[in-house]
Ligand binder design. Structure first.
Ligand code: NAD
Length: 263
């Protein structure tokens, strides 16, 4: 059964074939959705276009979400091309490399401003443009990470950005609920992607998590895609303002050492 037939989904945040947004796009495509892609910087076009073609996507537009004029321009094009949309995926984050290593206390004002602007404020800006296009209700989704709640080495300013993002999800869900637009976040476990490579010692974190998570492994982009599919489909019609974990269960642990290591 195809869950997204006659649905149009706008996907922000594909950089390459490892992007979580691409895993979600593949899943949506397999379930019958019509897709539109937006990428952040001109250099990504040569990577994103072939991925779009592979999924029969003919709407591929650049949009730097730190620029209001880019956001209005891309939504004007969306309106001209699709008329209305049903789903918006925000899978975007940016933190300067110098901010994702060392001590959190060294976070600069500019580093904080940039990370919060691109990774958290942008959800509000995109949701505001999407609202009038979601005439038949809709589903807005973003991607977050557990470092918003508990300290994770080197995540630093990005953790503050994710905490803000999760709060945005709840406030947007309250604003948009009366229009039957649902807003949720998926909190994914660590996955090796371009952005993740910017976090110091990320590879070590992958091993740390897979050794301890209840499922004793890491998760992948297509598993995030399956949860995104559920959240965007009618199966989750009563779910809004939630943070849904796709992390092999890691976030439930209080003492993350498997008992066999104690002996
Ligand atoms: P990715 O590098 O493939 O995707 C990040 C995207 O953000 C890229 O497409 C990049 O172009 C885009 N972006 C950055 N600045 C932008 C700007 N100014 N305007 C428009 N787009 C911009 O990496 P990913 O891991 O797929 O990340 C997607 C989301 O998932 C991010 O929010 C990330 O924090 C979140 N996430 C990732 C992991 C992980 O371990 N990879 C875990 C949990 C959450």
């Amino acid at each position: 059964m195809k869950l997204l037939e006659n649905k149009t989904a706008l996907i922000f945040g594909i950089a390459n074939n490892r992007s979580i947004a691409y895993g979600i796009a593949q899943t949506f495509h397999n379930h019958g959705a019509t897709l539109g892609f937006s990428y952040g910087i001109p250099q990504l076009e040569r990577r994103v276009r072939p991925l779009a073609e592979g999924l029969g996507v003919d709407f591929v537009e650049e949009c730097d979400v730190s620029k209001d004029e880019d956001i209005s321009a891309v939504f004007q094009k969306v309106s001209d091309h699709f008329g209305t949309i049903d789903i918006l995926l925000h899978s975007i984050a940016f933190g300067g490399r110098d901010q994702l290593t060392g001590r959190f206390i060294e976070t600069s004002r500019e580093g904080f401003r940039t990370a919060l602007d691109i990774s958290a404020y942008s959800l509000i800006a995109l949701a505001r443009e999407a609202e009038p296009l979601m005439t038949d209700g809709g589903s807005i989704m973003t991607m977050t990470y557990y470092a918003s709640e508990k300290v994770v080495p080197h995540y630093n300013v990005m953790a503050a950005a994710k905490a803000a993002l999760e709060t945005n999800v709840r406030y947007l869900a309250a604003d948009l609920g009366p229009s039957n637009i649902r807003v949720n976040a998926i909190s994914a476990g660590p996955i090796k992607t371009l952005s993740a490579a910017g976090v110091s010692d990320f590879r070590k974190m992958l091993h740390y998590v897979s050794d301890r998570a209840p499922l004793r492994r890491n998760i992948d982009q297509l598993e995030v895609g399956k949860t995104a599919l559920w959240l965007c489909s009618d199966l989750a019609s009563g779910v809004t303002g939630e943070i849904v974990y796709v992390d092999a269960g890691y976030h439930i642990l209080g003492v993350p050492e498997p008992p066999e290591k104690w002996s």
